[in-house]
Design a protein around this ligand. Structure first.
Ligand code: PMT
Length: 219
């Protein structure tokens, strides 16, 4: 199968040297792409600005902003079987982006923002029989929000992490996640290295995607 995986933050520039972003390192998404390759699949990584080495065998497309990430995914989605959105996409961007560095005297301390597109919702019309998985970054018990996001974004799976818990979430090498599937199942994984979390996620996606294929064939 072909995995399309997003990783890292997006940057929403105000001018060439200032931007809104978040602390995503890309480790979780890169681990998913590497796990897919280890399991014998193809992987295309759409990465925000991160300083990680591309996993051997993956094709990498670098992007900066949420809109740039959406454009890259629109180009790639037709040939993918699975989309895993591990990127921490900024929900808002500055209403204007200056081509040259703003002078302090030109800024009045008020930043006007506009909504970024929701990437998963924007890609939903192109989903067809593809398997879509998202992540939910929450602080505290993530279940209610994760289930809401899975429903609102039309996902087959959502992987929830409590990013306020030690060793979990942004910019660390470990994670503890709960995996919710559209069939109502929930799997809690213990705190482990992101590479091990990614291997479990890839295995679960493959089992569900293949089960669905077999179901289609037998109908
Ligand atoms: O990169 P690391 O340092 O390893 O950190 C990993 C991680 C914490 C970034 C990762 O595990 C994680 O939780 N990623 C999702 C972060 C996030 O943006 O969550 P969210 O709950 O805001 O978004 C829910 C889902 O919608 C996500 O799959 C997100 O990619 C997607 N989304 C969000 C906003 C947007 N405009 N469009 C989207 O498609």
């Amino acid at each position: 199968m072909k995995f399309l995986v997003t990783a890292g933050p997006t940057r929403e520039h105000l001018d060439p040297v200032r931007f809104l972003s978040n602390p995503s390192s890309g480790k979780m998404g890169f681990a998913v792409a590497a796990a897919a390759i280890r399991a014998g699949h193809e992987a295309v990584l759409v990465a925000g600005p991160v300083s990680l080495r591309t996993p051997r065998g993956a094709r990498r497309i670098d992007v900066v902003s949420a809109c740039g990430m959406l454009d890259a995914l629109k180009r790639e989605i037709a040939s993918a079987d699975v989309l895993v959105m591990s990127a921490a996409v900024a929900d808002w961007r500055p209403a204007e982006c200056s081509a040259s560095k703003l002078k302090k005297s030109e800024m009045d301390g008020v930043l006007r923002l506009v909504r970024n597109p929701d990437i998963l919702q924007s890609l939903h019309p192109l989903k067809g029989s593809r398997f879509f998985a998202g992540f939910a970054a929450e602080t505290g018990d993530p279940e209610a929000e994760a289930l809401r996001k899975m429903r609102d974004k039309g996902l087959d799976m959502i992987i929830a992490n409590d990013v306020s818990s030690p060793g979990c979430g942004f910019a660390v090498s470990t994670n503890r996640v709960s995996v919710y599937c559209a069939d109502g199942s929930r799997t809690d994984l213990p705190l482990m290295r992101k590479s091990a979390v990614a291997a479990r996620i890839v295995k679960m996606i493959c089992a569900l995607a293949r089960g669905r294929e077999a179901g289609c064939r037998s109908r």
